[in-house]
Design a protein around this ligand. Structure first.
Ligand SMILES: *Cc1c(COP(=O)(O)O)cnc(C)c1O
Length: 390
């Protein structure tokens, strides 16, 4: 066997810690241990029936062959219609590419846009894959830390200060994974002004746009002005809003030249997204939307319980997430590193949480409440006894 000299690019990135902890929790469960998992970043609901029915019908109609690399024309059109109707973004189907989930839409974008010497501004706490994708592309992630006091929102001033002549892209994620925060329309407008003034690209990861609480609203940065629209790339998908994580359908929308470039990359790597899955996605966009409300009500109920329980535990503090399905907790007063905290929590109490260090923010942990109420109640009991014993 020849010496295994891995390519430099892969030695510079680490595997996803969230997937690793979720896998550890699953393995412990399979061994019969009573695990309460707050680690998974996925809704626990089944995909709505009308979406499954559309994919089944597509299978029966023989939608089982290769399709265009950029996606089924009918789905690209449906996505363009959605972006116009719901987000006020004037895109046509040629501005849209269907990708293998929202993760791969970001990957395709970064591969098409970023190269050595380019800086990409990423506010922390961030979704684990953003900096690693930039590193894989040979670019430089520029991490801008935010604090609980500022509600984990980057300020226009912080953004302005992070911009250099090498800045090419700013990554905006609202509602946020891991913090659950949502930028207000006024905050989005203020960030858009900086983006336009500095003439940089912004990618808006809007995968949680449909999961909002307490009257929070989602404004796409591209809808702020014509100048902001020209600099905006939208990344989105079906996984979170429609409980379709395993389907692997997402999309990217932006200028035609960029979409063509991402399509070229896709044509040499994954080819088209699973053809019949795309017909399920069409049904998701064009069918009844009450499933969103049903899931939203369940999330809202769990959110209130987990916030209340967290606030009863001395040494922990948390804000109120306005979107997504994560509770982001400050554990700094306890004096343990986030990794030590989460490792001991799973080993001693069989409770899985994600350490903030995975999101570039020490002294914090993330709990996903996309799980059933019994798990939330039992898991929070154990978390409380764990913290009290420290
Ligand atoms: C889940 C997630 C995605 C994409 O998920 P896919 O399953 O690939 O569609 C993208 N961004 C964030 C912030 C996420 O949490």
């Amino acid at each position: 066997m020849p010496a295994l000299a891995l390519a430099h690019r892969v030695t510079r990135v680490t595997p996803s810690m969230t997937l690793a902890i979720a896998a550890k929790a699953k393995a412990m469960k399979a061994e019969g241990l009573p695990v309460c998992s707050f680690s998974a970043g996925e809704p626990d609901f089944d995909t709505p029936d009308h979406i499954k029915a559309a994919a089944k019908a597509a299978l029966d109609q023989g939608k089982t062959r290769y399709g265009p690399a950029a996606g089924e024309p009918a789905l690209r059109q449906a996505i363009a219609n959605k972006l116009q109707r719901e987000n006020g973004l004037r895109y046509g189907p040629e501005n849209v590419i269907v990708t293998n989930g929202g993760k791969h839409s970001l990957y395709g974008l970064i591969m098409a846009l970023i190269e050595a010497g380019d800086e990409v501004i990423i506010p922390a706490p961030y979704w684990v894959s953003y900096p690693e994708m930039v590193t894989l592309a040979g670019g430089t992630p520029v991490i801008v830390p935010t604090t609980a006091e500022q509600n984990y929102r980057i300020t226009p001033e912080q953004l302005r200060q992070a911009i250099t002549p090498k800045t090419k892209l700013f990554v905006l994620n609202s509602p946020s994974n891991p913090t659950g925060m949502v930028y207000s329309p006024a905050e989005i407008q203020a960030l858009a002004e900086v983006i336009v003034e500095a003439d940089i690209w912004v990618v808006s990861d809007e995968i949680y746009e449909k999961i909002l609480y307490d009257g929070a609203t989602h404004l796409s940065v591209g809808a702020v002005s014509a100048a902001a629209f020209e600099r905006t790339i939208i990344s989105n998908g079906f996984a979170k809003g429609y409980s379709m994580t395993g389907w692997r359908v997402g999309y990217l929308a932006g200028p035609v030249e960029l979409i063509k470039a991402v399509s070229t990359i896709q044509s040499h790597s994954t080819s088209n997204v699973c053809t019949f899955a795309q017909y399920g996605a069409i049904a998701a966009l064009e069918g009844p939307q009450d499933c969103i409300d049903t899931m939203g009500r369940a999330f809202a109920e769990r959110r209130q319980v987990i916030i209340d329980r967290c606030r009863r535990i001395s040494g922990l503090s948390c804000g109120e997430p306005e979107g997504a399905f994560y509770l982001y907790i400050d554990i700094q007063p306890l004096g343990l590193s986030s990794l030590e905290f989460c490792t001991r929590l799973i080993d001693e109490k069989y409770v899985a949480a994600i350490p903030g260090i995975a999101f570039g923010a020490e002294g914090t942990i993330r709990l996903s409440y996309a799980t059933d109420m019994d798990t939330i109640l039992e898991g929070m009991d154990r978390l409380e006894s764990f913290v009290n014993a420290l």
